[in-house]
Design a protein around this ligand. Structure first.
Ligand code: C5J
Length: 221
């Protein structure tokens, strides 16, 4: 019988050889005090508090020999992949590409665009640099997943209602089973996190499944 992870709205059956963990945008600029996120007035402690839980998930996948994928929201140094509509929206004091507290904001290769040290990718793990909120738009993620026979994705990372939910919706539309680890994701706005998870599991799992990390790691052992 196929193993299952207990989840909302019902059990998540999985096949180990088709399963991967995808950690969305756990980057210094979103998470660390003194970064871009904090400069926008956000309370980054909400995001920082999930780092140990994401580390637990990463350890479980690595110990089980299952694939891990990391994403980073960032742009090329010449900003050729940054639409004007994204750069010019609103009136922030700092825009993408500007010199910020941790180098140029959301530019590949800058310190702020790196994943926080506690969750740093291991050699050989796939890292997807994405110019959009979704991990599939303008990236090679789909071909990587297809090439490795991956059909089921466990999601963690930030922020729940922006890059995590967008990526999960993209994956769902492409035929992947998607499960979000509820305590390994966070938002600057706790109500938005709650609402995003409710939207994912509503209507019989219209976008996917949701469950705490312990249910996932317990099922992998
Ligand atoms: C992510 C954002 N990673 N909130 N980006 O969610 O702008």
């Amino acid at each position: 019988m196929m193993p299952v992870i207990q989840a909302d709205p019902f059990d998540f059956p999985f096949q180990r050889e088709m399963l991967a963990l995808i950690v969305i945008d756990m980057q210094r600029d979103f998470i660390e005090p003194g970064g871009f996120g904090e400069s926008l007035g956000n309370d980054v402690s909400q995001l920082g508090s999930i780092v140990p839980t994401v580390a637990t998930l990463l350890s479980a996948f690595r110990a089980a020999g299952l694939p891990v994928i990391h994403t980073r929201e960032c742009h090329k140094p010449d900003l050729s992949d940054l639409p004007d509509a994204k750069r010019d929206r609103g009136a922030p004091t700092l825009r993408i590409g500007d010199e910020g507290p941790m180098g140029r904001v959301l530019v590949a290769g800058e310190p702020g665009a790196e994943i926080v040290p506690a969750l740093a990718p291991y050699p050989g793990e796939k890292v997807v640099d994405k110019p959009g909120k979704g991990a599939f738009y303008a990236t090679d993620l789909m071909s990587h997943l297809q090439g490795n026979g991956i059909k089921q994705l466990i999601f963690a990372g930030v922020t729940t209602e922006v890059c995590v939910q967008t990526s999960m919706r993209e994956a769902n539309d492409r035929g992947f089973d998607c499960l979000i680890a509820t305590d390994a994701t966070a938002s600057y706005f706790p109500d938005f996190k709650t609402a995003a998870i409710e939207m994912i599991v509503a209507q019989g799992g219209i976008v996917g499944w949701a469950t705490p990390t312990a249910e996932i790691t317990g099922a992998l052992n």
